[in-house]
Write a protein that binds this ligand. Sequence first.
Ligand code: GLU
Length: 554
Amino acid sequence: MNYQELANLIFPNAKPIGLYEEKYPERNLPEGAIVTRFAPSPTGFVHIGGLYQSLVAKTVAKQTGGVFFLRVEDTDQKRQIANAVTDIVNSLKDFDMAPDEGMISDTEEIGNYGPYTQSWRKEIYQAYAKYLIEQGKAYPCFATPEELEEMRQKQEAAKIRPGYYGVWAKYRNLPVEEAAEKIKNREPYIIRFKSMGREDKKIKHKDIIKGNVDFPENDQDIVIIKADGLPTYHFAHAVDDHLMHTTHVIRGDEWLSSVPLHLQLFQELGFKAPRYAHISPIMKNEDGNKRKLSKRKDPEAAVSYYKEEGIPSVAVKEYLLNIANSSFENWRRANPDSPMEEFPFDLAKMSVSGALFDMVKLLDISKTAISKMTAEEVYEKSIEWANEYDKELAELLSDKAYSLKVLGIERGNNKPRKDISKWSEVKNAIIYMYDKEFLAKEHNFEYGKINDKQEIQKILSTYMEKYFDIHDDKQTWFDKMKDLAEELGYAREVKMFKQEPEKWPGHVGDISTVLRVSLTGRQNTPDLYEIMQVLGEESIQKRMKEVKSLWNIK
Ligand code: GLU
């Protein structure tokens, strides 16, 4: 019996690997094109770190005319979750990051290098495992869990490196006849890689992000095919990224220490190794200590959080680019209106240690992004969010023509309003503009400096009787506010007041606060003139009546 016969006994139906090599030819892409992927396990939870990796991967693929694909790594069948793939696909779509190839739902895929779900590739892995067995580079291992446990205990007691290697690799040199005998007797087994590496030898590796790293060679005979016939991550990674012609493996840095093993697998399989870029995890500051963003502790670790909160996907992406390349911030300052896709992203400039997640900064970026949107865009995005998460807001927005006017206040100018950082803030930012809600609310107006009922009455009545005209342009309106201030004994300019504060009870700003609070219920709002224009005469009259009745003003 030889290796060939043993391989046939183990995988009688596996096809020659030449078939797959032919089926998945070199890709026809421009020089320097990066082919890369997002390869999540479908656990039912899409972590912001996954989105971050995908953004980096998609960006470099796009910038080089390459390919970004989505591969589902579901070889751990114990962890299967219904709809998990659809969740991943939809998350990418929500962020406008749909892959060029790969899974597009739990059951469908696009592209010529599939299947893109590992559990559908069983025969491919088995073909390559068979190929290794034929060459004496892999073998069946019959170790029982008890045997492995005994080995572990012995290694621990003797304080030596744990694992299945060297003299500990009990079935590594089992004669093929004996192996065949056991298989025929239906003894359970798995397939292990026969490592030729030596722990006392070093390999040098250059990671695109982490730079030069030295590792001992791998000498562990790792499992490549498990008892259920599916591959381990390591083996699937080598086979898939070879056949899918991945040029760059961009993944979490928890895999960095597996690089020696992966390079060895590529070499023994006769594959060209890809370049590796290991991304540091996104960190969080907790009581002065840095820790990874945690699925259990941090709601913002879930990609779904951003959708639920209504943080626009462009803002999340822009923020992630910010932490991916520190030069982004300067670039943005120099190119305030360019689409972020134009930023010259550099994989090699990603930080070696984990970037800190900063929600305040993200919301600030979001505020700026929203301030640059047109009223129409804000309207469409808000109503889309509201339809799913806030019926009351959806109701407000159902009057589209009026809502567009409301959202258009202080928008489209040089200094647009910046009071909205997420769609879940829209309701609070605009609700006072709607008569139905405003007039139904029980108000407890909090005025500013001028807080005396009689004085407020005087200001409002004088304004409405002598100065109010909805047709005034802004300058006229403003001049009238000053005239009103002066008539009632206040400083007509803030500057004048500041010079001699003892001379007046207040200034024009205090007068307009009285008007603002009476009309909106708030001391801080966007431009009052614009607000009044949008409200219109009828609404202003109604609101004035409301204030007067509230204050018992006749
Ligand atoms: N399935 C692996 C993970 O989720 C993928 C690592 C890789 O990108 O190769 O960590």
